[in-house]
Design a protein around this ligand. Structure first.
Ligand code: FPP
Length: 264
């Protein structure tokens, strides 16, 4: 667990990571702790989600400014339907408000919206908001803002397997399945092959779980767990997570010159 020092910037242009080292191109975030953020303030849980939505804007703009190529945000899991109806209704309304308010800015920032998940099961108003945002930003060439909405990684893997079986029966797959072919069938398969797997996965709120998020894709991701609840997760915290990523020795199972470890 990383207890951030909560460093503050001395000025707006100061960066809390090493600007001479590469930053992760694909960052994924499990935005956890909205409910506890609200509880701590004696507010209803939905107030935490609303504040969480504002933070999505703040972190999106900052990630785009830093030159991140893909930002994947876990906004609603296939398991989140188990929550009380009024909370689910509120969460389903959030994309409508978010895109209503934020699409003009996303266009200005050249950010392209993508959504991965079982979107057919979302309420019609949510589906429409998502489709409009995708359509309105489809020609943008900057950062991809990829929302995982009604997403679950085990379901994603099973869908991919079933699709491969069906394609094999119809002779559309003739060769042995490789990791590359398998990756093509996942929901991240629409991303550039070099960007499908997040290099960095951040989870806020002190929990240290993956919660059915991108199980295949994070095989070699660096993991950063932070104590901040998502609404409190600041651009300073984001930069510090990038800084921490830069200190990691990524070996992908091999060895490097200085490594005497077991190579994992
Ligand atoms: C987990 O916190 C958070 C969610 C299930 C929802 C995340 C959604 C947002 C941050 C807003 C998304 C915005 C858009 C535009 C879709 P929790 O409720 O489980 O928190 P808790 O663990 O403290 O109860």
């Amino acid at each position: 667990m990383l207890n951030f020092l909560n460093k503050k910037k001395n000025n707006e242009n100061e960066q809390l990571f090493d600007c001479h080292k590469p930053i992760p191109q694909h960052i994924a975030i499990i935005m956890d702790g909205n409910g506890r953020w609200a509880k701590k303030r004696f507010m209803p849980r939905i107030a935490g989600h609303k504040e969480g939505m504002s933070n999505v804007k703040r972190i999106t703009k900052h990630a785009s400014k830093l030159g991140v190529k893909v930002l994947t945000l876990y906004a609603f899991s296939t398991e989140n339907w188990k929550r009380p109806n009024d909370e689910v209704d509120f969460l389903m309304r959030l994309p409508v408000d978010f895109f209503d308010e934020f699409v003009p800015e996303l266009i200005k920032e050249n950010v392209q919206v993508k959504v991965m998940g079982y979107t057919d099961y979302l309420p019609k108003h949510t589906q429409k908001a998502v489709e409009n945002a995708i359509e309105q930003t489809k020609n943008n060439t900057g950062m991809i803002l990829n929302f995982a909405l009604n997403y679950g990684s085990r379901a994603e893997i099973l869908t991919a397997v079933n699709q491969m079986i069906s394609d094999a029966k119809e002779n559309r797959i003739k060769e042995e399945i490789t990791e590359e072919i398998f990756s093509d069938y996942l929901m991240t398969g629409t991303l550039d092959p070099s960007l499908r797997d997040p290099e960095l996965l951040i989870r806020t709120s002190g929990e240290e779980r993956i919660s059915n998020f991108l199980l295949w894709q994070i095989a070699y991701s660096e993991l950063v767990f932070t104590n901040e609840f998502w609404p409190d997760f600041s651009i300073e915290n984001f930069e510090q997570a990038i800084g921490l990523f830069q200190t990691r020795n990524r070996r992908f199972g091999g060895l490097n010159e200085t490594s005497k470890g077991d190579g994992n």
